[in-house]
Design a protein around this ligand. Structure first.
Ligand code: PGA
Length: 261
């Protein structure tokens, strides 16, 4: 497959800027020895307060790490206390922004329309939107997985500019797998990724859909990475808990390098 793998670490609300400095230094040293494939890209998504610190180290030490954020406003500027805009992130050399993570959808009322507007803002600012989708436990047990994914993906990408596919990644993160220790099977991850790609094809066209990377996220660990990446439509992983430790995250990257030599 021509699509390069993306291994992204979502730190969530962990690590102050000093801890971030140590983590990214440690990670950088390890990756210099481990990241031997040009077909694997590594990104980290620290909290806002760490971005400047991480960006400075990545730049000064030329670390093979792309900078990601976890969220941003759909608006550009104004009286929106507590918000951070896409252009502010782009100024910090942020390359990826998670959009519509299930925790934002569930805890901060981020609906499909806001996800779409935020993805638009991210892409408009010259960054890559990593749109997160996935079904809940109830939706899964009611057999609604495909329906939920169709709705979420269609809503997120409808109305994006024609060339937006280049700046779009979709992360399939079943809510029941996040932080539960119970990852989806490789078969389920591949099945969902195939479905997502077919929805992308119907909205953006087949050629565009083939170029978009689809990640799996939810209880990814070094031990299940290779298997999860074995699906031809699974182009990387979004890692939460296991990205908070440099050694563990590097093992995940090593597994990806074995799959994408
Ligand atoms: P987890 O989180 O790896 O801790 O399950 C993944 C995520 O929420 O992005």
């Amino acid at each position: 497959m021509a699509r390069p793998a993306l291994i992204a670490g979502n730190w969530k609300m962990h690590k102050d800027h000093q801890e971030a400095l140590h983590l990214v230094r440690d990670l950088g040293l390890r990756l210099n020895a481990t990241l031997t494939s040009k077909r694997v890209e590594v990104a980290v998504h620290p909290p806002f307060t760490d971005l400047r610190t991480v960006q400075s180290i990545v730049e000064a030490d030329k670390l093979p790490i792309s900078l990601g954020a976890q969220h941003c406003s759909h608006l550009d500027k104004g009286a929106y206390t507590g918000e951070v805009s896409a252009t502010m992130l782009a100024k910090l050399q942020t390359r990826y922004v998670l959009v519509g993570h299930s925790e934002r959808r569930a805890l901060y009322a981020m609906d499909d329309s806001l996800v779409q507007q935020t993805a638009s803002a991210v892409i408009g600012a010259g960054m890559v939107a990593v749109v997160c989708v996935g079904e809940s436990t109830e939706e899964r047990s009611d057999g609604l997985t495909d329906e939920v994914l169709t709705r979420q993906v269609t809503a997120a990408v409808r109305g994006l500019p024609d060339n937006a596919a280049e700046d779009l990644v979709v992360a399939y993160e079943p809510v029941w797998a996040i932080g539960s220790g119970q990852a989806a099977t490789a078969e389920d991850a591949q099945g969902a990724a195939t479905h997502i790609r077919s929805v992308l094809a119907s909205v953006l066209g087949t050629a565009a859909a083939k170029t978009i990377r689809i990640l799996y996220g939810g209880s990814v660990q070094p031990a299940n990475t290779e298997e999860l990446l074995s699906g031809p439509d699974v182009d990387g992983v979004l890692v939460g808990g296991a990205s908070l430790d440099a050694a563990t995250f590097t093992e995940i990257v090593a597994a990806a390098v074995r799959c994408y030599p």
